[in-house]
Design a protein around this ligand. Structure first.
Ligand code: SF4
Length: 657
């Protein structure tokens, strides 16, 4: 029994046709599934120069190779396509139940091209594909859309639904794809791609089971892993993460992080555990990346204390096959809503200097229903407030809406306009880069992004790895693709000979320029990230470290292969390189993906935890490109690398077919 189905589904919305494509075993041996499968399919099938919102762009949905097997943390799915926000490779990852649902329909991926002449949704089971009229769904918010499709379902099984809300329908370039009542595949504007295809939703209700080669071995591995995932720190007070953050800031040296501590925090509070500690130690950007905890001090961040968030939680939320359950279903003003994640909370507290936690809950629900990326939206409203403060935006331009720091109600109203593309909202609905271009007069200096995508709220002036990975990643601006702290938690050196073991204690000042250790860490992090994205794992599961998270062993037990961890990591490098080749083929210049100066301390902050820090990003980018096997000046994969990874400029699917 194999853990993959051996086929993908193609749907052409222009003519309403669909067909299956078989993929041979050798394809999976080279690319696994998930991100690897998507890279191999999209690389050649999207023509160079394709309009991201045109019929030639392909929107894909992929689960991982391990999804559906007796592994853990494998409930993540990825939406892929050419990003309309950056013009480059786009991917957006989400949890919930959609990943196993794709496999239960019998596919390792669903790929959609063309544009429907009218709004439609896809209804798919393991024996049928239907393109259905969505006139009655168009205009509904994402949560209402999902509920309507559940109510209308004729199959005995409740469908798993991914859909867009008004933001995607209105072609906001920061629209995501919503699932499970408020989980978002938020990044890269892929909800906009879905909207451009007049595709409102994809509803899956198959019942096919996933196989694996050695199920007993997999179960034993998972049982051991589950014991680690359940480890707890009893009676941990809500002040603990803040005090930890304060201690990390005050210590004269940096300490290598152990992911087990993060797991324990996430088990109790989810990502809300970062809300205050991150402000303390300088991980959270403040006031549109130009402020510090002097503007948003600890006593103010107490408004977002993780226990205050947890007070609303009714029950834990687990993605499929997740033993941790970092999510939460909350009761807020008479309705059920997902617990706001750290990113959303900081977007609408520290970034805009607001202490209104209720506004965070309300905005979180608003953006989930609209299907709008809260990271991009949070950056954009903070940019707008600063632009208003500096006179680049005027009351005439905002329609009389006064934008000022700390006014969450004005931000709420501004978001309504962005979702509807109403007035000033039309200028802001496509993110900070385009808004700054339209405003001119130096507005670009206030706009923080990498290659056009707003970055998440983890400050490169605290961990420069966030700045490096945001800048070298083929899908730029994503915090989930790497940071120096991630390498520490992965503990790859324990299983892969030759990878460096970081010292337990290191100099804080040494973090800001390139050196061989940082370069080796960054490349290994990228390759491992692509590997677990191909397997379908959650980033948070990797915090266990590879000694406790048996990713390599699961892959061998699922497939029946007998590969070494180093061989698997090389598959990760193949996927990362192929995604970069996608960008080169599309005419994207990797040098244009560099993160905005403000976020790397150019000029440096004068106050706060990151005072005086500047990241020597160009040297880090140069050395990363060189070490991964791309040209150190241009970021283009070298012919030697392409040959060594058995990648060639041809239709990769037919090559391995
Ligand atoms: S750790 Fe959180 S995000 Fe990751 S799979 Fe579990 S519930 Fe989902």
């Amino acid at each position: 029994m194999k853990p993959y189905t051996g086929k993908i589904l193609w749907v052409n919305l222009t003519d309403g046709s669909f067909h299956e494509e078989a993929l041979p075993d050798s394809f999976y041996e080279h690319f696994l599934a998930g991100m690897g499968l998507a890279a191999a399919i999209l690389y050649r099938r999207i023509p160079p120069g394709a309009d991201p919102l045109g019929p030639d762009n392909i929107l894909g949905f992929v689960p991982g190779l391990l999804t559906g097997t007796p592994s853990l943390f494998t409930g993540r799915w990825t939406a892929v396509g050419k990003s309309p926000l950056t013009g480059a490779w786009g991917d957006a990852n989400c949890g919930g139940t959609f990943a196993p649902a794709i496999k239960q329909c019998g596919y390792d991926g669903i790929f959609i091209r063309g544009i429907s002449p009218k709004p439609v949704y896809l209804s798919i089971t393991h024996h049928s594909v239907e393109i259905c009229d969505a006139a009655h769904l168009w205009g509904l918010d994402a949560i209402a859309t999902e509920q309507r499709l559940w109510a209308e379902a004729s199959q005995p099984k409740k469908p798993s639904v991914a859909c867009i809300g008004p933001a995607g329908e209105n072609r906001s370039l920061i629209a995501g794809i919503c699932h499970d009542q408020g989980r978002l595949a938020a990044r890269a504007g892929l909800g906009t791609v879905m909207g451009s295809k007049n595709l409102k939703a994809v509803a899956l209700a198959g019942t096919r089971r996933t196989g694996c080669a050695r199920p007993d071995e997999m179960k034993a591995l998972s049982s051991q892993c589950n014991r680690y995932a359940q480890l707890d720190i009893p009676a941990m007070p809500a002040s603990f993460p803040r005090l930890l953050g304060a201690a990390m800031r005050k210590l004269p040296f940096a300490i290598r992080m152990d992911g087990m501590l993060i797991m324990a925090l996430f088990r109790k509070w989810g990502t809300a555990s970062l809300n205050q500690g991150s402000v303390e130690w300088g991980d959270s950007p403040i006031k549109n990346w130009a402020g510090s905890d002097r503007d948003f001090p600890a006593r103010q961040s107490d408004a977002i204390n993780p226990d205050r968030v947890l007070a609303y939680e009714q029950r834990k939320y687990h993605c499929y096959a997740c033993p941790l359950g970092c999510g939460g279903i909350c009761s807020f003003e008479g309705m059920e809503t997902h617990k706001p994640e750290y990113e959303t909370t900081l977007a609408f507290s520290g970034m805009i200097l607001s202490t209104d936690l209720k506004a965070v809950f309300a905005i979180n629900e608003k953006l989930n229903r609209a299907g709008m990326d809260s990271i991009s939206a949070g950056n954009t409203v903070a940019f707008a407030i600063e632009a208003y403060e500096k006179g680049l935006l005027t009351p005439e331009m905002t329609g009389g809406l006064e934008l000022k720091w700390g006014d969450a109600q004005a931000v709420d109203a501004l978001l309504d306009r962005m979702i509807a593309r109403d007035g000033i909202g039309d200028l802001l609905a496509d993110g900070v880069k385009r808004a700054a271009q339209r405003l001119g007069n130096g507005a670009e200096n206030l706009a923080v992004h990498a290659g056009g995508q707003e970055i998440a709220f983890h400050d490169p002036r605290q961990d420069p790895g966030f700045g490096l990975h945001s800048s070298v990643e083929p899908s730029p601006g994503k915090h989930t693709t790497g940071a120096f702290v991630y390498y520490d938690t992965f503990k790859l050196w324990r299983k892969i000979p030759g990878l460096p073991k970081p010292p337990l204690i290191s100099s804080k000042d040494g973090r800001y320029h390139s050196d061989p250790l940082k370069t080796a860490k960054a490349v290994a992090t990228s390759n491992f990230t692509q590997l677990y994205n191909a397997a379908g794992l959650c980033l948070f599961g990797t915090y266990l470290g590879v000694e406790r998270l048996p990713l390599f062993e699961w892959l061998n037990a699922a497939t029946g292969w007998n590969r070494t961890p180093a061989e698997y990591l090389e598959i990760g490098r193949r996927i990362q390189t192929l995604r970069q080749m996608f960008n080169i083929r599309q005419g994207v210049d990797p040098r244009k993906m560099r993160l905005s100066p403000r976020a790397i301390g150019l000029p440096p902050l004068q106050r706060g935890a990151n005072r005086g820090r500047s990241v020597e990003l160009d040297g880090m980018i140069h050395d990363y490109w060189d070490a991964i096997g791309w040209h150190p000046e241009t970021g283009i994969p070298t012919p030697e690398t392409i040959a060594a990874l058995d990648l060639h400029d041809e239709d990769i699917v037919s090559r391995y077919g």
